[in-house]
Design a protein around this ligand. Structure first.
Ligand code: GTP
Length: 596
């Protein structure tokens, strides 16, 4: 295809501003997907994505569109919308010349609108501002057109108005894409260079790698090379999605399509990497490649210990499709054999856990998630801690924790509440800007551990749903952190240990001991529950003793009944874990570890 008639674009939007609906409408209007095949959110393939209404994996679709009698070839690249997947968004953007900045006409600009806009600007994309959902009675197109124009520079009249739902304005938008976005540029005679912006594992075809060709061309059966690892593969198939995969004779400058090489693991075909020809390799890769870095760690344990091999196989399979997932085996005195798993964020954790439970029929306990700490010992040795129970004891010189820079957008009535929240989470105010009279952008630097778990939910409730949040990693910082241990009858329970800021250690101790007192049934003897920092006890509860005499109820006589009762009690014991002499029901672990 002649690059002059190609337009590569993506749609960037805050979650729920209607990106998938608009993408669906474009596919339908251009005849790419027939009406009868249309299911809501055609591009979101995974069931969990569809159920949760979120886009995790990006996909690319070729769309034909005619303007003034000239046929054009538009490539739409779908980007994930959630903050956990920022790196994938940034690679998808790098495959495009332009971006549709889609904003809900009833909501206005939100934090992810901004974050994605900045990413698009870093990638030098041409931006087409669009207000969506103009069919809504609550839409305020004039107000938000002014806000958008103010943000990106330009006139409010130039902001397009569409409805992905009714289809209004969508054809005009397609025309605008052809008119405004530059055609891709590249050297057709140079050694091939193509950027990988997505890579998906398919049970039948192995890894399907989505690329954007920058220079040269790729042809079927040729040998290619991944520039980051120098690994060579044969191109078994190359083609475009329209939207079903359609093999082609090759991909040239500016084209977007997929490759199949027969590799079985997405790690061999990494997002951000550059593909080149093996026999005529490019000298320099396209740049921008990073390894996915896990930010949140949690222990995953099968409820039933005999499921351990199933869990191991399931993680291995998931890893084929998820280059960001890392794990290693770990054992817990309380929970048995399991894995410490690293995730990009909490959503990534939830999705992974849900897939493990649903697709592999597993029941799992996950320990309270935590971030990775860097502990320097007094002898200068550095330890990276992803599991609180591995926190070094004794001689610690300093502990560093990961930091993020966060952007919060909200109506200005809530500024006070937001600042209070950020302050209580050890945040440092970075700056504040008014996007319009009544909407403000607040920037904070915060410890990752303080924002990754419940921060967003609290922000939402403190701003009556109007606040939005986006964050990105921003180095690390020394912090006054301690490890809090929980002990039952003097016996430490590793699954309940936590690393917290010194100021919050006490409240963690009180909360956990209180919870456990409710959850653990009385035993034949008194059980003290203690929280401690090192040898110092900071909180204490007691479970009073009872004499659990199951036979007391059977007045003499009936021996079979007695036996049955004893059997029953044995059954019950199976679901108990022993911590020292204390019997702790499985449910107590689950309940204590679930965030309330
Ligand atoms: P993510 O994939 O999670 O990023 O969300 P999204 O931006 O793709 O949003 P999606 O297309 O799933 O739309 C979110 C909600 O808005 C859905 O309930 C849609 O039905 C609704 N919606 C989308 N476009 C329109 C529109 O033009 N008008 C109206 N009234 N509702 C719309």
């Amino acid at each position: 295809t002649d690059p002059a008639i190609i337009r590569n674009f993506c749609i960037i939007a805050h979650i729920d501003h209607g990106k998938s609906t608009l993408a669906d409408r474009m596919l339908q209007l251009t005849g790419v997907v027939q009406q009868r095949d249309m299911k809501a959110q055609y591009l979101d393939r995974m069931d969990i994505e569809r159920e949760r209404g979120i886009t995790i994996k990006s996909q690319a679709v070729r769309i034909p569109w005619e303007v003034d009698g000239q046929a054009y070839c538009l490539n739409m690249i779908d980007t994930p919308g959630h903050v956990d997947f920022t790196y994938e968004v940034s690679r998808s953007l790098a495959a495009c010349e332009g971006a549709i900045l889609l904003v809900d006409a009833a909501q206005g600009i939100e934090a992810q609108t901004l974050a994605n806009l900045y990413l698009a600007m870093e990638n030098n994309l041409t931006i087409i501002p669009v207000l969506n959902k103009i069919d809504l009675p609550a839409a305020q197109p004039e107000k938000y057109a002014a806000e958008l124009a103010n943000l990106i520079g330009g006139k409010p009249e130039d902001v397009l108005m569409v409805s992905g739902k009714t289809g209004v304005g969508v054809e005009a938008l397609l025309d605008q894409i052809v008119h405004e976005l530059p055609a891709p540029q590249g050297d057709p005679d140079a050694p091939a260079r193509a950027m990988i912006f997505d890579s998906v594992y398919d049970t039948y075809r192995g890894v399907v790698t989505y690329v954007r060709v920058v220079d040269g061309q790729l042809t079927p059966r040729e040998k290619i090379q991944m520039m980051s690892t120098r690994a060579a593969h044969e191109l078994l198939e190359i083609g475009v999605s329209s939207p079903e995969p359609t093999p082609s004779k090759g991909l040239g400058v500016g084209e977007v399509g997929y490759l199949i090489t027969g590799v079985k693991d997405v790690r061999q075909s990494k997002v951000g990497d550059t593909v080149t020809g093996l026999h005529k390799p490019a000298k320099e890769s396209l740049g921008g490649y990073e390894d996915a870095k896990p930010m949140v760690f949690s222990g995953l344990y099968p409820l039933d210990g005999t499921d351990y091999p199933v869990l191991r196989d399931a993680l291995e399979k998931l890893m084929l499709n998820d280059a960001a997932l890392v794990y290693e085996p770990e054992t817990s005195a309380a929970l048995g054999f399991g894995f410490r798993v690293g995730f990009l964020g909490l959503l990534h954790l939830e999705i992974t856990r849900e897939r493990l439970e649903r697709e592999y029929n597993l029941d799992l306990i996950s320990t309270a998630p935590n971030v990775e700490y860097e502990v320097t010992l007094e002898d200068k040795k550095i330890v990276h801690v992803t599991n609180p129970s591995e926190y070094p004891t004794g001689k610690i010189a300093e502990v560093r924790e990961p930091m993020v820079s966060a952007t919060i957008l909200a109506p200005n009535d809530f500024v006070g509440a937001i600042m209070e929240l950020c302050q209580s989470r050890r945040g440092i105010l970075g700056g504040m800007d008014y996007l319009s009279e009544d909407r403000v952008e607040i920037r904070y630097r915060l410890p990752l551990a303080e924002i990754v778990f419940d921060f967003f939910d609290i922000l939402k409730s403190k701003t009556r749903g109007y606040g939005s949040l986006d964050w990105k990693a921003d180095g690390d910082q020394v912090a006054d952190l301690v490890k809090v241990d929980i002990m039952l009858q003097g016996e430490q329970v590793d699954a309940f240990s936590a690393i917290t800021h010194r100021d919050k250690a006490y409240s963690y101790g009180v909360m956990m001991t209180g919870k456990l007192r409710e959850l653990i049934p009385r035993q034949q003897f008194e059980v003290p529950i203690q929280a401690a920092i090192g040898a110092r006890i900071i909180a204490r509860e007691n479970i009073r003793a009872i004499r659990k005499d199951v036979l007391a109820k059977c007045y003499g006589g009936d021996i079979t009944r007695k036996r049955k009762l004893l059997e029953k009690q044995k059954e019950g014991k199976k679901r108990m874990k022993m911590v020292g002499r204390v019997e702790v029901p499985q449910e107590a672990f689950i309940a204590a570890l679930s965030s309330e």
